[in-house]
Write a protein that binds this ligand. Structure first.
Ligand code: SF4
Length: 296
């Protein structure tokens, strides 16, 4: 069974932690940006949008095993790049074939959101697009430029505004430790500021993983970037949470890259989250996840 299913994927497939139980279908291959200095995910793939016929074939292949799936995640890197009419056609295909489908998720680059009008996004929502995941990574423009994210905080906030106007669920992801020791405080404060302005439905924290083959790996090797240790990561997270003011947001730092899981719902759990971080920081012998167990 699984051999057949796995053959539909081209290369390694990535998805957000909250899509762990979702059926993953590749509507695009790779990432059209593919320039972020910390990201190794799609370096081995040349970006392309799969044809409708290819996606249809994938659906036919998995249907005998996943007909009752409730959630589908459209990979790879930024499938929102697909022209609206074509993406709408794919969403209708999913709706027609999976009778219990409740939600379709997708990764999006801010530029791809900005290229779509709010009415296009509303059309996609009507066709079944339930949640968009955007990688903010940092709220600091200095760090965003440094890591070659390809967008600054103002554009990210604008993109998020459109997603919210279209009434599509929004999940924003950021990376703890991305500014290293030197920029840790700026990273925490600016990220909290931008997240507060975005006021997303979900916010997810990953922790920087330095992977050979990326530019950030070379920076660390050359001593240009000094990494935070696990305690430093939690000190950074504390500043971030302290400065984050959200009206209703599920916050999670439970990705495989995180040293310890932390989470809760804003605003009511903010104090509990801070207390948990304080307990972690006070303890002398905390069992942080060892480096060899952390993963992308
Ligand atoms: S972080 Fe996202 S936008 Fe940047 S290269 Fe990786 S997949 Fe592409």
């Amino acid at each position: 069974m699984f051999d057949e299913v796995y053959q539909i994927y081209e290369g390694t497939v990535f998805r957000p932690p909250s899509e762990a139980r979702s059926l993953i279908l590749q509507a695009t291959i790779g990432c059209s940006h593919n320039r972020c200095t910390f990201c190794i995910s799609y370096r081995d793939k040349k970006f392309r949008i799969k044809s409708f016929e290819e996606v249809k074939q994938d659906v036919e292949n998995v249907l005998p095993y996943y007909k009752n799936t409730k959630r589908i995640f459209l990979a790879d890197g930024n499938a929102l790049k697909i022209p609206t009419n074509d993406l709408s056609k794919i969403l209708h295909l999913l709706e027609d074939n999976f009778p219990k489908l409740e939600r379709v998720g997708i990764y999006a680059c801010p530029h791809d959101v900005l290229k779509k009008s709010v009415s296009e996004l509303k059309e996609l929502k009507k066709a079944g697009l339930g949640i968009i995941y955007i990688g903010l990574e940092s709220g600091s423009d200095f760090i965003l430029k440094k890591v070659r994210k390809g967008a600054l905080s103002k554009q990210m906030i604008e993109a998020v505004g459109k997603v919210k106007e279209a009434d599509i669920l929004l999940s924003v992801i950021f990376i703890l430790g991305l500014g290293g020791k030197k920029l840790s405080e700026e990273h925490a404060k600016e990220t909290a500021k931008v997240l507060s302005e975005m006021d997303p439905d979900y916010a997810g924290a990953l922790t920087l993983m330095v992977v050979k083959g990326t530019e950030i790996y070379d920076e660390v090797k050359n001593g240009e970037l000094e990494l935070l240790d696990p305690r430093g990561v939690f000190q950074e997270l504390r500043i971030l949470i302290q400065n984050m003011n959200l009206s209703h947001c599920v916050f999670r730092a439970n990705h495989a890259s995180n040293y310890l899981p932390v989470g809760g719902t804003f605003p009511e759990d903010k104090k509990n989250i801070l207390d948990r971080i304080d307990r972690i920081l006070k303890k002398k012998d905390v069992s942080f996840k060892p480096e060899w167990l952390r993963a992308l």
